[in-house]
Design a protein around this ligand. Structure first.
Ligand code: FHN
Length: 428
């Protein structure tokens, strides 16, 4: 547990996130669950105005549907996520093969999902929810039991706190924010903090300065030196925090200078939106995971529970399918503990990741019988063994041009990706 007070003497700059023991679990785990859940979930994506017109949005609904603060507060009074089941959430993550969870403790609407003492705008004091319950504590217990790491999303931008948007009063807001973060660390011992909203659009004077980010990061590391923190803690992106956070995209193969994690939605929204049935296919999701792992990143895949706290069934179904695929024939080896292949350039037929002396060529476009897959070597190496996971077919490996040709003896073994495992020996 993090009890130490922040103080001088810790040289965070010498702690390289790429190699430090602190980030080790995060670099190995590769796949996490993002959860967007808050007062906005009560509206389930639709706000009916006084004139009967309906405005749609999810976690941005207050802002984008111009809901007044008092109307939003009235709405939140009815929030009662009585069906939130931490064990079921953790099980959904575990079934998917996700090894960590990041849940919104406070989104831009400022509503705290734990009983904060800094204000009454929270799930305990401003809702119809059972006052004895604390969903973050429930999640922490369930996650610990399942060996899943728990982290908290926290929005620096705050639409509710009047002190936020006024530079004269911002220091008061900052003090409360520090206090809230201390509550989270002391009360729930999170493994990770995921900041957002550092780009706040409300303040022309750009209240959140690079210095603010630096100070906050130092404060948090003083509270808990093991914390993993994303880059949005500050404004300097590549310099701040432990890792970059591309959103709804998979960056190109040349991501340099920072660990990274791609966060993505399962449909088109982060928060629950009952009208959005535009679900990505399990095949797309699993292939995203492979591409991301092969480029050395993590995948944080989002679910948005409904107003009662239940993860939508289409999300649960997809997560289960990804997990069952990951468990098939050891396909997970291409993901967990694996990273940028380095030795090869990215092929057009799938993706390649590397774990120690193994390369995992995840083939999404399997060649016609007798045709080779070409692997372009960036540095000289030998292939000492080649096999298709989950099959006993042979793979002929021949030196060809700028690398190797791999010619499997049979057809694809999996609809998502058939994985060829190569044992390699760097040479030259
Ligand atoms: O505005 C938010 C959005 O609601 C969501 O939380 C995403 C998740 O990465 N982040 C912000 C936009 O960058």
């Amino acid at each position: 547990p993090a009890t130490a007070e922040p103080g001088p003497g810790t040289d965070y700059a010498s702690d390289d996130p790429f190699t430090s023991a602190r980030t080790d679990w995060w670099r190995q785990d590769r796949f996490g669950m993002f959860i967007h859940f808050g007062a906005y979930s009560q509206l389930e994506g639709e706000y009916t105005r006084a004139d009967g017109t309906v405005c749609r949005d999810a976690e941005w609904i207050k802002r984008n549907c111009q809901i007044s603060t008092s109307a939003y507060e009235d709405m939140a009074q009815g929030f009662d996520p009585s069906s939130f089941d931490a064990k079921a959430v953790v099980k959904a993550a575990k079934d998917a093969g996700q090894r960590y969870i990041v849940i919104t403790s406070k989104h831009h609407d400022g509503y705290a999902m734990w009983p904060t003492k800094q204000n009454a705008w929270n799930l305990r004091d401003h809702s119809s929810f059972d006052k004895r319950r604390d969903i973050l504590a429930e999640l922490k217990t369930a996650a610990d039991r399942a060996g899943i790491k728990l982290g908290f999303y926290y929005s620096i931008w705050d639409w509710h706190d009047p002190d936020f948007a006024d530079p004269a009063t911002f220091p008061k807001y900052r003090e409360r924010m520090y206090a809230q973060l201390k509550e989270l660390i002391d009360g729930y011992d999170p493994a990770l903090l995921w900041f957002d909203g550092e780009w706040d659009a409300d303040n022309p004077t750009n209240t959140w300065s690079p210095k603010d980010g630096e100070q906050l990061e130092a404060y948090l590391r003083g509270l808990d030196p093991d914390l993993i923190i994303n880059n949005r803690v500050g404004k300097r992106r590549v310099v701040d925090g432990d890792y970059g956070t591309p959103e709804q995209e998979i960056p190109g193969s040349q991501v340099a200078g920072q660990l990274w994690e791609s966060c993505m939605t399962l449909n088109g929204h982060w928060g629950f939106a009952k009208y959005d049935q535009n679900w990505k296919s399990p095949q797309t999701l699993a292939r995203n995971l492979l591409d991301i792992a092969g480029r050395g990143g993590n995948y944080l895949l989002n679910v948005g529970p409904d107003k009662l706290g239940r993860i939508p069934q289409p999300s649960v179904d997809r997560l289960r399918e990804i997990g069952s695929w990951l468990r098939t024939s050891g396909q997970g080896r291409a993901v967990y503990g694996a990273g940028n292949a380095g030795l090869v350039t990215e092929p057009g037929w799938g993706s390649v990741s590397r774990s120690g002396n193994k390369l995992y060529a995840s083939v999404t476009s399997w060649p016609a019988a007798g045709q080779p897959l070409h692997l372009t070597a960036r540095a000289p190496f030998e292939v000492t063994r080649a096999r298709v996971l989950g099959s006993d077919q042979k793979v002929a490996v021949t030196a060809a041009g700028d690398g190797f040709d791999l010619t499997p003896s049979g057809g694809a073994v999996n609809d998502i990706a058939s994985v060829i495992e190569l044992t390699v020996k760097p040479s030259g």
